[in-house]
Ligand binder design. Structure first.
Ligand code: NOJ
Ligand code: CA
Length: 691
């Protein structure tokens, strides 16, 4: 990666350096201009500069059409004059970078990182003479920008009261968003409203403009920083709103300082948003090292039975995490080829008021009816890993004191994955305060962002990978910390167990184009027992449950239902057994936000492909051209489709399982029931023919 020093040298050497100073009041009438850079293919162009008051601004256009109108940049600080006016701007020429990197696991093996980096340097004209840069990385499918404050005498620490970055959407359109600042963190149903009806939204927030352009606003590489929400200030203008911190500053950092990237994925199709690797590309390469001890896997668990209240996390007659129940799950996993078994409620601490408290949890002591040594020994003998569970009740303060011992135990027992949990209201996480005693903070505060990195680092030292529920939102950190394998951070399947309401049929078609743009989700699909404690039960067909294994990406995928439901339905269960979890390639065949999507993925270990298509409450007929398959090769398509009478309201279990031979020149017609889906596995037949 280019070092800052190299860039300065290049700037000095360049004859093209231009300076834009704040003009007079009269010039404030005219839009800022002159400083401009484009993406490698010339698709996106950014203009940056200052307005008449020397306030930094930027705007974005795509193929000559405005996407983001002139929008402010800058910071309000808690202890000194704001960094937001009386500035001059200088920019060097963009620098092109083009490389390809390999993911240790993922939705595709190789990722091309091709962008133009463009640095706009702002200097205060007033006495303080402070400096900061705004660095843009321009891709053809989106852009990121971040603040970069170099070392300087007049600014040793930044204490950010507010970030002034704006996203002033040029065109009207529809928006898919979940509310910010609500108690249940990210676990809300999506709103679909005109842009100018959004209130305060979390990111990713996804927009479809009237012209058909799709824009998703999010952030990348949020490390040691508060998470960003968006507040609509007026019309179609959104302002960054940082999560509050421990003091009146949302973020306190020493200078030199770089902020997370503010990101815009921009595509003329909804599918293009999923194809984009912008968020990952804007994260730094692997900082941990080898993670080959983590193998992507499917798992079963002592879990859904608690959500259905058939068993309990706490001790007593209904206790789910017994040695016997765990061994039953291990034997089932071994028989059906699952890599792991999650057991929740194994450790002491669930009996009191654990929700939003967490201080009673032990991460080393199990309940007397759970013999962790015997269970893991049995698992080792049968080639199945126990997946650990660390519910913290949001008490990061308590957890940080005990987590190392917890990970050491897992390491000794050969357990390489843990599911963590932070069940507490959004403002009710606990961290160490200034005097070392616990204080409450928001779950996406700077302190919690530090916490999650500390957890990843501690877990890594013990060869443990982390799947966080109630997490800090995903900003692509899996590139830098590849043991951050998955997370929740949205309404998962558990809401279909007890939600009031549960997840409606459109929920997953919303998730794919919003939350899932941020990274993998432990959604826990695969439910066949459709009657639950939620009023509508599981509001999909069986075929859609199967399709979710392909549509929703995660390197750990749960077969979440009760084992008896799998034993009773070996036909559809076969797909869950067969579907891969780690992919060499991903193709999005079609999709519209909140309506439907079809995704095909190629196994990383073999030449098998899988396809998943899902719809909302409307039936659909979708074409799936199979041109992703190897030309000249024959495949057995193992098809799991909605039956003729399938409907999420009346016949969820109606499924047809059939096989046919296909090649890359075929196009399948996928008929999806209301709330339905289709799942297909393509197995190559014989040797590759010569072409
Ligand atoms: C919420 C998590 O999302 C769920 O999966 C877990 O079972 C409970 N918390 C208990 O930790
Ligand atoms: Ca949850």
């Amino acid at each position: 990666m280019m070092k800052r020093r190299d860039f300065l040298a290049l700037t000095v050497a360049s004859a093209g350096v231009s300076t834009l100073a704040a003009g007079t009041r009269a010039s404030a009438q005219t839009a800022p201009s002159a400083l401009r850079a484009s993406s490698p293919g010339g698709v996106l162009t950014v203009e940056a500069g200052v307005d008449g008051d020397g306030r930094p601004t930027y705007s974005v256009s795509r193929l000559g059409r405005s996407v983001v109108s002139s929008s402010r940049l800058g910071y309000l600080l808690t202890d000194t004059v704001a960094l937001e006016r009386n500035l001059t701007a200088v920019a060097g020429p963009p620098i092109t970078m083009d490389d390809t990197w390999e993911q240790p696991w993922g939705e595709r093996r190789f990722i091309r990182n091709h962008y133009n980096e463009w640095r706009v340097s702002y200097t205060e004209k007033a006495a303080l003479g402070r400096r900061f840069d705004v660095v843009f990385r321009l891709y053809d499918d989106g852009l990121g920008f971040r603040y970069d404050i170099p070392e300087q005498p007049g600014l040793k620490t930044v204490r950010i009261a507010a970030e002034l970055s704006e996203f002033n959407m040029a065109e009207s359109g529809e928006t898919w968003w979940i509310p910010a600042w609500e108690w249940n963190r990210e676990e809300y149903l999506y709103n679909r409203t005109p842009i100018d009806r959004v209130g305060s939204a979390q990111t990713p927030m996804t927009i479809r403009n009237e012209s058909g352009l799709h824009v998703a606003i999010h952030e990348a590489a949020c490390i040691d920083h508060a998470g960003m929400n968006l507040r609509r200030s007026e019309g179609r203008n959104f302002r960054a709103q940082l999560t509050p911190g421990l003091t009146n500053a949302a973020v306190v950092r020493a200078v030199p300082f770089v902020s997370p990237w503010r990101t815009l994925q921009i595509s003329d199709s909804a599918a293009g948003l999923i194809d984009s690797s912008l968020i990952l590309n804007l994260n730094e390469p692997n900082a941990l090292g080898d993670v080959s001890w983590f193998k992507p896997m499917k798992y079963v668990g002592v879990w859904w039975e608690m959500h259905l209240e058939l068993k309990s996390w706490n001790s007593g007659p209904k206790h789910g995490a017994t040695t016997e129940n765990a061994i039953r799950h291990i034997d089932f996993a071994a028989e059906h080829g699952f890599g792991g078994v999650l057991v929740e409620g194994w450790n002491i601490g669930w009996d009191g008021q654990w929700f939003a408290n967490g201080s009673d949890f032990s991460f080393t002591q199990s309940y007397p009816d759970f013999d962790i040594e015997a269970v893991t020994a049995h698992g080792r003998a049968r080639g199945v890993q126990l997946i650990g569970h660390h519910e913290t009740g949001g008490n990061a303060f308590h957890y940080e004191q005990l987590m190392d011992a917890g990970f050491a135990l897992y390491e000794r027992l050969g357990m390489h994955a843990v599911k963590t949990g932070y069940v507490a209201d959004a403002g009710g996480a606990r961290v160490a305060g200034p005097d070392g005693s616990p204080v409450m903070v928001w779950n996406e505060s700077q302190a919690m962002s530090q916490h999650h990195v500390r957890v990843a680092e501690a877990a890594y030292r013990h060869k443990v990978a982390v799947n966080a529920h109630e997490p800090f939102k995903d900003t692509g950190l899996r590139r830098t910390y590849p043991n951050m394998i998955s997370r929740e951070g949205a309404r998962g399947m558990e809401f279909s167990a007890w939600g009031q309401p549960g997840n409606p049929p459109e929920h997953e078609t919303n998730l794919v184009f919003t939350r899932l743009l941020a990274g993998p989700m432990d959604y826990t699909p695969g439910i066949f027992g459709m009657k639950t404690r939620a009023p509508d039960g599981v509001a999909t067909t069986w075929a859609k449950q199967l399709a979710l294994y392909v549509v929703i990406y995660s390197p750990v995928q749960m077969a979440a239902d009760l084992l008896v439901n799998y034993e009773a339905n070996p036909g559809p269960f076969q797909f869950i057994k067969d579907v891969p979890v780690d992919w060499a390639e991903t193709r999005v065949l079609n999709g519209e936000i909140g309506d439907f999507v079809t995704i095909a993925r190629k196994d990383r270990e073999s030449d098998i492909w899988a396809l998943g298509a899902i719809t909302d409450e409307h039936p659909r007929v979708l074409d799936a051209p199979l041109d992703f398959l190897d030309p000249g090769r024959r495949y057995r398509a193992e098809i799991y489709r909605d039956g003729p009478d399938a409907d999420w309201k009346t016949h969820r279990e109606s499924i047809v399982i059939e096989q046919r031979e296909v090649t890359s020149v075929d196009t399948l017609t996928l008929t999806l029931a209301p709330g339905g889906g289709q799942a297909i596995r393509f197995v190559p037949l014989g040797r590759r023919d010569r072409t």
